[in-house]
Write a protein that binds this ligand. Structure first.
Ligand SMILES: O=C(O)CCC(=O)C(=O)O
Ligand SMILES: [Fe+2]
Length: 305
């Protein structure tokens, strides 16, 4: 059976009334839902200019300012439970000198081991996002609107703790120098084991990602590939060893390439093994990214970064 992404139109009022796309994503029936041109090309460019102007990102054509080199998050790093030790989702053999990832926002995967510090960092990020896009299209709002479309019967909201404190509502990630995501999965439950967070309660974890800028080299751009394979403990040795393709070949696992242009928005299940091979083009690949918690019977859908 074919495993193809479903395209939806943000402006279409009829869409997804008779179909729970978020349910289909959660079961792995489809690899992704795509909203083409959720925002315009010119809007993306204006947002990118704003980010560089505010010195939240740097111009990829110039040298990497020291501050950004120090802030960069190494490929594949996350932390588990309350540990402050960085773990690696996959083995890193590459020379990472030029591979820089800048986060504008608060990553639960990377910062969540210290709950108080994460929630404080998140409040500051949300404050920054409150006026960062003044006078421009707010891509975070558009992402939430898209999510509401595919989950029409749910209350879509930023993830919060029992005392009302919010997680970061989204994160902007810039990937320079061919920074890549090797085959991996993301799960607050099954990977980071964050039992002390409300987001732990959801059965399924998805991601919503809006592309602001692509990186292109020789006509090839960095794009996400999703494998029709949910993470299971037996897959883990292949992920850690960077040879998931051996497992995929052996088990004849299909995959889907989600090819996006700036302004396109997509949602997928992060429990499925996925990857974004790096492309060392002139520009950085910049996205607005979120994680999403979903359970069939839960009236709320949580969004965090
Ligand atoms: O940037 C993307 O499209 C997805 C990245 C990803 O897999 C992640 O942040 O875990
Ligand atoms: Fe991921």
């Amino acid at each position: 059976m074919n495993w193809n992404a479903v395209e939806v139109d943000l402006r279409d009022n009829e869409c997804s009334q008779d179909r729970s796309l978020i349910g289909e994503l959660s079961r792995g029936d489809i690899p992704a839902t795509i909203f083409r041109r959720a925002i315009g090309r010119a809007d993306c460019e204006a947002i990118m200019e704003r980010l560089v102007e505010r010195e939240l990102l740097f111009d990829a054509k110039k040298d990497v300012p020291l501050r950004f080199r120090e802030e960069s998050i190494p490929e594949g790093h996350y932390r588990e439970g309350k540990s402050d030790k960085s773990l690696q989702a996959w083995r890193n053999d590459s020379n990472g000198e030029r591979k820089i990832r800048i986060d504008i926002g608060s990553s639960l995967g990377y910062r969540g081991s210290d709950r108080e510090s994460f929630l404080k960092h998140s409040a500051e990020s949300n404050q920054l996002f409150d006026n960062l896009f003044d006078g421009l299209i707010d891509p975070i709002e558009v992402l939430y609107k898209g999510l509401q479309k595919i989950a029409p019967d749910k209350k879509v909201c930023t993830a919060k703790e029992a005392d009302g404190r919010l997680y970061g509502k989204a994160i902007i990630r810039a990937h320079y120098g061919g920074y890549s995501y090797a085959p991996h999965f993301d799960s607050v439950r099954r990977r980071e084991k964050r039992t002390d967070y409300q987001a732990y309660r959801f059965e399924h974890q998805l991601a919503g990602v809006l592309v602001l800028q692509n990186t292109v080299l020789d006509g090839i751009s960095a794009q996400c590939r999703i494998h029709q394979c949910f993470w299971e403990p037996e897959v883990q040795p292949y992920l850690s060893d960077n040879n998931f393709y051996e497992y995929a070949d052996k088990n004849q696992i299909p995959n889907a390439d989600i090819v996006l242009e700036p302004g396109d928005l997509y949602f997928f299940n992060t429990g499925c093994i996925h990857e974004v091979p790096g492309v060392d083009g002139e520009a950085a690949r910049v996205v607005v990214a979120t994680f999403i918690g979903y359970s069939d019977e839960d009236p709320e859908v949580f969004v965090w970064s």
